[in-house]
Unconditional design. Structure first.
Lengths: 267, 267
């Protein structure tokens, strides 16, 4: 399954970068070690349904490509989607349907075709191995996650949930969707934030040590990134597992039941 | 004849790419929930673990869960069992040396138990589902700071009828894993590997600097052992690292340091 990568401007002087290498992420040791490709970088403005090319980068003589959000003048919540493609692909300046990323898999080895997605604030840094699966970009879906990573934070730490959604299918208009935060216990909504396709919805979360929180959208799927930071140099970034990971077998059936139980009770 | 040979080769490739026992996962239902193999370090760090109350998450109801944690020292020997009850959707476990038999570094698993009454009540929802635990480990050095989190990577560890640890993870053909990150100048790294298999595992570490490839080290890990590779700043920078193991999914947890800042992520 091939994947998109992404840069995002989350505000608060936090920059993001994507680090990719030409080495195949996971392979049988006797398989070819390298895959030569290039990346296209595309963005879609909030009010637009068209993808515009921002950049096109090849490895050249280097083993690695590093892309930085600060080079692309993104607005807060705006995404730049990084698309691995073969070197002979001609990248148009504009697309209505986002092109399919190249698979970096070269044998049957289980591979998560990820990149280091790194966030920096001053000298502080935090990263995770991230991706946005192409298959997810073709589905509308729904979204549910929990506040697992907000546990244990002291009061001076600020947290934001960054909800990244990429929809590669052609759009005729930009609908407004809702990203919601609710009490997991009472199921009452605490706040909500508007977002559109091909952007990042951002919710700033107050200190929640005493209450269990969930985040959800009944409108689209997406990937949640939890970013915690303070002014003394603490920065932590991680994504939460999708509900399907709660199940060893038949994980999509488990996810369907879990989402149904929650989303039918949440406002 | 050629067709038969192709089928045999194809079958071998599929087996080599399968991280878990094919017989145990495809033809039998696991008798217990299944856990990733997590890392604790209490040397200069605090470790907390965010444990999921799986049935509560499935049903969207708070309900009583018996969490069970099995700890292993760095050589893979069992060194402690900790049990606790909680109704929360997520339970925060601060790990201390009393739970780990005085050990400051090693691995652990997480399992859950529910009363017969609850299992009967939710029998229809549960159906044939088996829970999987991929929880989140948080690390910090300073009590006034927040935690840096990493989620579970890999494991396939269950408990048999006598509550002994069993692993579905299997040793296969040699695989090379190349994480998509760059060893930065003036940074220091700890790469922590856990062996979730009930057999010895060998790792060969490979440093890639431009066109040059150097074998850094080879290590052997007992069953359920945890191993730390230290990459110090005088040795290397602006390189890539890869490792060869007999696991189809050979991930590790990476601690990245720069001056007083550190970050944790999985490969």
């Amino acid at each position: 399954m091939s994947n998109y990568l992404f840069l995002v401007n989350v505000g608060n002087d936090i920059a993001s970068s994507v680090h990719l290498s030409k080495f195949v992420p996971n392979r049988l040791s006797h398989s070819k070690p390298e895959l030569i490709y290039k990346v296209g970088v595309y963005t879609q403005k909030f009010e637009s349904v068209s993808w515009k090319k921002l950049d096109e980068v090849e490895f050249g003589k280097d083993n690695n490509i590093i892309l930085d959000s600060s080079n692309y003048n993104l607005n807060i919540g705006q995404l730049a989607v990084v698309i691995p493609v073969s070197v002979d692909t001609y990248l148009e300046d504009e697309y209505l349907t986002l092109i399919e990323p190249l698979s970096r898999k070269i044998d049957l080895s289980p591979t998560s075709e990820r990149a280091t997605i790194c966030f920096t604030k001053g000298d502080s840094f935090s990263s995770y191995q991230g991706e946005f699966p192409y298959q997810m970009s073709k589905i509308k879906g729904t979204f549910l996650t929990f506040d697992s990573l907000l546990k244990g934070n002291s009061e001076n730490i600020k947290t934001m949930v960054v909800f990244v959604n990429i929809h590669s299918i052609e759009l005729s208009e930009k609908q407004i969707f809702k990203l919601n935060m609710a009490s997991a216990t009472t199921k009452k909504r605490i706040s909500s934030q508007d977002y559109v396709y091909n952007s990042a919805g951002i919710i700033n979360v107050e200190n929640v040590n005493d209450v269990e929180i969930c985040f959800y959208s009944k409108d689209t799927l997406g990937i949640p990134i939890l970013i915690s930071y303070d002014e003394s140099g603490y920065l932590s970034v991680e994504h939460t597992h999708p509900p399907s990971e709660c199940f060893w077998n038949d994980n999509f059936k488990g996810q369907r039941i879990l989402k149904r139980e929650w989303l039918t009770r949440l406002p | 004849m050629n067709n038969l040979i192709n089928k045999i080769v194809n079958l071998k490739d599929r087996i080599d790419a399968s991280p878990f026992s094919i017989i145990q996962t495809k033809f039998f239902k696991s008798k217990s929930d299944v856990s990733d193999f997590f890392t604790f370090r209490l040397d200069e760090y605090e470790t907390i673990f965010i444990a999921e109350n799986s049935l509560a998450l499935l049903t969207a109801e708070t309900l009583n869960c018996h969490h069970v944690f099995h700890f292993f020292d760095e050589n893979g020997s069992p060194c402690g069992i900790h049990k606790v009850e909680s109704e929360d959707f997520h339970y925060k476990l601060p790990i201390d040396v009393k739970m780990t038999g005085g050990n400051k570094f090693g691995g652990f698993t997480h399992h859950v138990r529910y009363s017969e009454e609850l299992l009967q009540k939710y029998q229809e929802l549960l159906d044939d589902l088996v829970f999987q635990h991929r929880g989140y480990s948080g690390f910090r050095k300073d009590v006034n700071s927040g935690y840096s989190y990493v989620h579970g990577n890999f494991g396939g560890i269950c408990l048999d009828n006598k509550q002994n640890i069993r692993s579905f993870a299997r040793i296969r053909e040699r695989h090379t894993f190349s994480p998509q990150f760059i060893i930065k100048p003036n940074y220091r790294y700890d790469l922590i590997f856990s062996n979730p298999v009930d057999k010895e595992m060998r790792i060969k570490f490979i440093l890639i600097d431009g066109d040059s490839i150097q074998i850094l080290k080879e290590a052997r890990l007992n069953a359920y052992a945890t191993y730390k590779l230290v990459l110090d700043r005088p040795i290397i920078s602006n390189c890539n690292i890869a490792w060869e193991t007999n696991l189809p999914v050979g991930r590790c947890v990476i601690f990245e340091y720069n001056n007083e800042f550190f970050d944790v992520f999985h490969s």
